[in-house]
Each structure stands twice: as C-alpha cells, then as structure tokens.
Design a protein around this ligand. Sequence first.
Ligand code: SAM
Length: 280
Amino acid sequence: MLSYQHAYHAGNFADVHKHLTLFAVIDYLLRKDSPITYMDTHAGRGLYPLAAVETARLGEYREGIARLWQVRARLRDDPLLGDWLAAVGRVQARDGRLDHYPGSPWWLSQRLRTQDRVMLFELHPGEHSHLAEQALPGRVERVHGDGLTGLVKRLPVPTPRLCVLLDPSYERKAEYGEVVETLLAAMHKARHAVMLVWYPLLPAGHHRTLLEGLRDGGLRKIWRSELTRHAPGTRGMHGSGMLVVNPPWGLDARLATAMARLTPLLGDACRYHSDWWVGE
Ligand code: SAM
C-alpha cells in the first residue's frame, strides 16, 4: 500500500535538513572531475508548487523553507546556506517570491556535468507520472519501480564514484529493516560509495532499528546528523535524521556552521546535533 505523498510535506524543516546535507555532499564531490552516478531510491515528484492543493493544505513549508527565504539576504554570508538558498531561488517562477520547492531529483540533477548521470526510482504510479513530466537537466533516467531492489541490482555502476540518497516514507515499520539490508548489500558491491539515508524521529523510536542494524552490520564511517524541533511528544515527527556513510571530509564542520545560523530561525526549541555513529 502506497499512500504517502511528499507534496503534503514539501519544504518542511526535514526537507531543509535533508536537502541542505545533500547539497553540501554534492558540493564536495564536484571538487574532483571524475564522473559520478547519483541514485535516488525514493524520488517523489521532483518539484513542488507551493500553491498546489496538497502542499497548501498543511502548509508545512511555512515552518521550513519559508522562514529561511524571508531572511535570505542575511544568510548570504554563510557559504553553504547562501549557495543553497540561491539554488532554491533558481526554481522560482518569479524573482523574489517563494512559489516552488525543489525535491531530491532536482537537487541531484541541478549541477550535473556532462560526465555525470542520475537515476531516479519512484514506485507510486501517480508520483512517477508527475516525476516523468518534470524538466530536469542532464543525463537523467527515471525508473518506475522499487528503489531498494533497483539500487542493488544496478551495482556496480560504470562511473568511478557513486552517491545514493535513500529517503523512504517509512509507512511500514518493516522499511527500517529493509533499508538496513539494502544498504549493507549495496555497500558490499560499492565500498567507496557515499550513501545518505534520511529517517524520521518519532515517539515510537523505530529509527533505532535502522541505526543499530547498520552498526551491527559491520559498516564503518557512518556519520549522523539530527535536527529536532521539540522534545518527543506523544505523536508526530519531532525531528529529522540523516546518516551519511563515507561522508566527504569537512562536511561536519560546514554543516555545523550553517545549522548554527539556521536552527534559531526554525524555532526556539530547535536543536542540531551531529556525531560519528560508527567511526573509522
Ligand atoms: N526524496 C524525495 C525528496 O526529498 O524530495 C521525497 C521522497 S518521499 C519521502 C518517498 C517517496 O518514495 C514517495 O514518493 C513514495 O511514493 C516513494 N516510494 C515508496 N516506496 C518506494 C519504493 N519501494 N521504491 C521507490 N519509491 C518508493
């Protein structure tokens, strides 16, 4: 059963955390010329008009991207936040007005060079049709199918470098374990890949299955970053988590600087924390 639609949540605080981290990783990878394959196992639509019925209904972007957009001139001096907000500006229909928010397919393809490629997986037929309609620059392949099995099946890739985003909706509890199995299988076939995994922080704490499964699976170099909006309540997502396997050198410091600027804008109780979940 697939009922999750990212359009209801596009541009929220978790998207800001996820896409800023992804942007910072890509920025490091682009410092070298060697070709990169990007894979997005759970792509969603690609670009979200904020006035769409679904997105306007919950309006979660108002407590996410909109808070940063309002003060973007003040954030320009932070190299990461400044560049990231300038990139958000490139998808707006009209200068100065926030009317769209880009999803991971756009973030992965926005700086594709001729030697790079991106592969996007989306299982939901309706979401995949939206994705198929998006104009994305560069060598982009869109697959209507399961991103977890699709990723492992396509490894190793023909390029020397690989960067993967795994961003399930976790509608089923079993997905936490499936992500662990997929990641272990994928890292076995592509040991030097940079893999990013997003997970929600929910009162039930099911993300521990993911964290503990990866640690017990024997992977090394797993960096963790968590952005919390408030203390865990009885329901609802209180935070957003990211794991990066094989993070580029310097990622931690660069994100910490950006997050120190960003967290007070997202709310008084908002906190950021990062550490090595599994070291070298
Ligand atoms: N990565 C997107 C972004 O950052 O803009 C958001 C993706 S959303 C959290 C998860 C998406 O995965 C949904 O569009 C859902 O339809 C899709 N999905 C769910 N299970 C899937 C699977 N096994 N393979 C591929 N896509 C799947």
